[in-house]
Each structure stands twice: as structure tokens, then as C-alpha cells.
Design a protein around this ligand. Sequence first.
Ligand code: PMP
Length: 353
Amino acid sequence: MKAFEKNIRKVEPYVPGEQPQRKVIKLNTNENPYPPAPGVSKALQGMDVDRFRLYPDPTAGDLVHTLAEYYGVDDSQVFVGVGSDDVLAMCFLTFFNSDKPILFPDITYSFYKVWAELYRIPYECPAVDESFHIVKEDYYKENGGIIFPNPNAPTSIYENLDFIEDILKHNQDVIVIVDEAYIDFAGKSAIELIDKYDNLIVVQTFSKARSMAGMRIGYAISNPTLIKYLNDAKYSFNSYTMNMTSLVCGVEAVKDKAYFEETVEKIKDTREWTKKELTKLGFTYPDSQSNFIFATHEKYAAQDLFEALREADIYVRFLGGERIKNYLRISIGTMEEMEQLIAFLTEYMKKHE
Ligand code: PMP
């Protein structure tokens, strides 16, 4: 081993879902099957390319202001970043600096573990119960901070605000981050609790309900004190995280509330249809409140199904791992795409009875 090796920060990186560059039925990364709001395309066409000579607004002021208005908070309560991954990474760096372990569920967004390792933050992962629900009492012990998604991923389960408040009440001395990447497909957001709990940060994204995974926009909403700490860390890292195009497109996406609501409703309707069809085929799954379903079948191994689907150009996510090795995470696509998925599975099961 070379001497310098011992000083290299070695990490096992997060593995994102496949992004095949040809057209497939893509149900593997929880993207939105519908295009962004029409205003996004218009704004893009109207962009003044000459302005690309200049650095973008380091404060992302227009986007911050548009989000603040949308959620009825002050501009000083909004932090934006390059996707919620960037926002979450910045949160780990800024807020999780205790010697005590941070807590997040054993079955959850696998990036949390990677950031904890990268920043050398001690962590513990309380097990979700048999039905994949987070056990809130496991978060009542001493810790260095808490993070979990609501709805959780990949389980798709949403917990109501009483549940979130119970965790907050027992954890007033540490930062609690609720990662709401999928909240628009579920119930109430914890944003309404930020005035009541000064240790709460809510993180959301444009990647799912707003159809803009490719633009990389995420944001945190909290009180001005915590948002200032986040900005201080960001400006110590990279002043210009958000590019001009994303800033312009993001504003347009937030403005069109009607389009957003219509798209979310379509996805929820398709989700409910897909649940029924999967049940008919013998699949079981937690009751999804997200834009994906976490499904398992007693007779068919998830990995076999995953591979057969992939051969047929239908991409779903097989995550593996001890407790969930027989589960597939299936994103909700258009109705036509879900019909094709169900048709394929029906045929497959006929052939492999
Ligand atoms: N949180 C959760 C729970 C997710 O599933 C994802 C999507 N992979 C993210 C955060 C990150 O999304 P993005 O960086 O696209 O905003």
C-alpha cells in the first residue's frame, strides 16, 4: 500500500438507479412520467444565452422567493440546492456533529448511510417493524440527530403529523430532518410544524411531483436561524451551486399550481389502479402513499421478476438487502406504462405457474 493511501478518504458510494439512454418503460427511479409545467418550456426558450457569461445569483433569490410565497414563509426560511441530495448532504455536514449516533431507520433511503460514512458521523439504524413501519419509540433515546423520509422510501409508508410530533417532542435537543421527497403523493407536510419546533428541518424536491429530476432542484424549509447555518456551510463549500437554467425553470414550475395538482392526481389514480391489479396477481405491498409501490410475491423471487422485466425493457428497482430481498420497487408511470407492466406480469405468471 502506498503511504498516501492512509490519508485518502475512502467511501463506498451510493448507487443510483440505471439511466438507460434508449427508450424503455422506466419505473426504476421514481421519476414523474409527465412533462414539467408548460411554463418551464417557454421560459427555457426565452432564455438569454448571453447571460451565461455571468455567474448565477448565488442567493438563488427568485427561486427562494417563489418557494417562500408558495409555502407562506419568509425568504429567510428557505434554502435551495442541487437536488435534495445536495440539500441533505449539506444538512448532514452542518447539523450532525455530535459524538452520539444519529438515528435513521434500517430500511430507508440508502444515501443516509453513505453521507454518515463520508462525514464520519456515528449512526444507528433502528429496525422498522414487520410491516415496515418506523417504530417511533426507538427514536426516544439519546442521539446526535434524526433523519427519516416521510413517506419512507423504499417502503412507501406515510406517517401522520401526530407521529412526527411525538418524535419531535422527545428530541428537542437535536436537529430532526424530515425528508419529504414524496410528500405530495401522501398527506400533510411537516412544514406546518416549523414554527412550533425550532429544531425541525423539512426537505423537499422538484424531482418527483414537479417532474424535474433532470434540473436538480431541492430545498429545505425551517426557521431563519437553521437556514442561516445551512447557507454559511454552503458558501464555505461552493457559492454557485444552482445553475441559471435550473433557477429559471424552478420558478416556472412552482408558479403553475393547477398543472402540479392535476399531475399529482393522475399519478395517485394510476397508483390505486396498479395496486388493485397487483393484488389480483397475488402481490402484496405496504399501502403506498408515494409514487411507487414496494411489492413482493410469495411464489416468485423478486430478482427473477426484475431480470425478466428488464429483458422486456421494463425497468423497475431491485434493491436487495437482507430484509427486502424479495421486494421490487415499482415507480408509477403513465396508465399505458402500468398496463404494459401488468400485461407482462400476467403473461410471465402464466408461463411460470
Ligand atoms: N430523498 C429520498 C427519500 C429519495 O428517494 C430521493 C430520490 N432518490 C432523494 C431524497 C433525492 O432526490 P433528488 O436529489 O432528486 O431531489
